[in-house]
Design a protein around this ligand. Structure first.
Ligand code: TRP
Ligand code: SF4
Length: 332
């Protein structure tokens, strides 16, 4: 049995979707906390983006850069975390190939995310019955297992993939009779569900999101768009903060005053215009340090490129050492 790494290892990836919105902040702030305690590998899953969008790759470079700028601006620290692009560490692809050999097709076809997405995208007229899409969990397992990862911070939607990674690790160790892989654990952090300004799920495609990098003006105009209690017409009408998007945000970004606001709203002592103005100020103050960090990074044209190149180098060293053992176990 190989020893565990000390400190323990954390791996997580995100598909390059461009500038992130404040709904992503709880995930990123969790990463920032994890990097203090664990050896962290955070990567841009650009190959995973290809599994569903292989025809729309025009924005991939830009989206990668913008997303990494967000990571860095909220405090993912390249001096302590390894930050890289998946496609720049080819070892992930080699392990993906090797794992594909021992992956029973049935495991992939039964994967709930596979069936759901195939139907969902199919209904939008998109055919993704490709080898690559079916193999999505194998690639994700390779991303994780190649660093002998202990913990994987993921959203609930990714749990079936993590379970797949654990099963394939066990299968490999069993077939080749060696304890090469660790079974990674899911790390389910508490995720604050923030609605979009219109009350629906926050998403760039609904244009109801607030970017982490939003300017003060954008923050104010988005907060002004937020839906409030529709029963309130005059300031003196008693309000119902529990149905108000502004209030959901007050709870998160105005922890010292939200209880008072709730009372004032119910008793018709505060108007929605003033309540929004107050929230916009609090949210703006929260985002200001991120915006400033981003500006510093953007002013150095090669900075992100260099961080990613260095990260890929560090990741490759780890991944290559692991592959030596994997190949040896398989005798290839
Ligand atoms: N599938 C993940 C998602 O869409 C992204 C991802 C790819 C990932 N490889 C990973 C997450 C490895 C954690 C570990 O969110
Ligand atoms: Fe929402 Fe504030 Fe208006 Fe109450 S006062 S309905 S909490 S915006």
């Amino acid at each position: 049995m190989q020893p565990r790494h000390n400190p323990q290892r954390v791996v997580s990836g995100m598909r390059p979707t461009g500038r992130l919105h404040i709904g992503h902040l709880s995930v990123l702030e969790n990463w920032v906390k994890l990097q203090e305690k664990y050896r962290c590998f955070f990567f841009v899953a650009n190959w995973h983006a290809l599994t569903t969008a292989f025809e729309e790759t025009g924005l991939l470079y830009d989206n990668t850069r913008e997303m990494v700028l967000d990571w860095l601006s909220v405090g993912i620290d390249p001096d302590i975390s390894t930050i890289f692009i998946q496609s720049e560490v080819k070892e992930h692809a080699e392990l993906y190939l090797l794992l594909s050999m021992i992956t029973p097709l049935g495991w992939l076809e039964r994967c709930p995310t596979y069936k759901d997405q195939l139907l969902q995208l199919g209904s939008q007229g998109k055919d993704i019955s490709t080898h690559g899409f079916l193999g999505y969990p194998v690639l994700m397992a390779a991303d994780i297992l190649i660093y002998r990862t202990d913990l994987v911070p993921v959203g609930e939607d990714q749990l079936p993939h993590l379970e797949f990674a654990r099963e394939i690790a066990r299968r490999f160790n069993h077939i080749y009779n060696k304890e090469i892989f660790l079974e990674p654990q899911a790390f389910l952090a508490e995720v604050a569900l923030l609605p979009g300004v219109d009350g629906r799920k926050m998403s760039k495609s609904y244009n109801n999101d607030i970017a982490i990098s939003a300017s003060s003006e954008e923050v104010l105009s988005k907060v002004k768009m937020m839906v409030t209690d529709p029963a309130r017409i005059r300031k003196t009408d008693p309000g119902h903060p529990e149905v108000c998007v502004v209030y959901t945000y007050q709870k998160l970004y105005n922890p010292g005053e939200y209880e008072q606001i709730s009372q004032d709203c119910r008793q018709g002592r505060i108007g929605c215009v003033a309540c929004k103005k107050d929230l916009a100020e609090k949210l703006d103050a929260y985002l200001t340090p991120f915006r400033e960090k981003r500006q510093i990074l953007e002013a150095k044209p090669n900075e992100v490129r260099e961080i990613l190149a260095e990260g890929a180098q560090k990741a490759r060293t780890e991944a290559a050492a692991m592959l030596v053992q994997i190949r040896e176990a398989m005798q290839v």
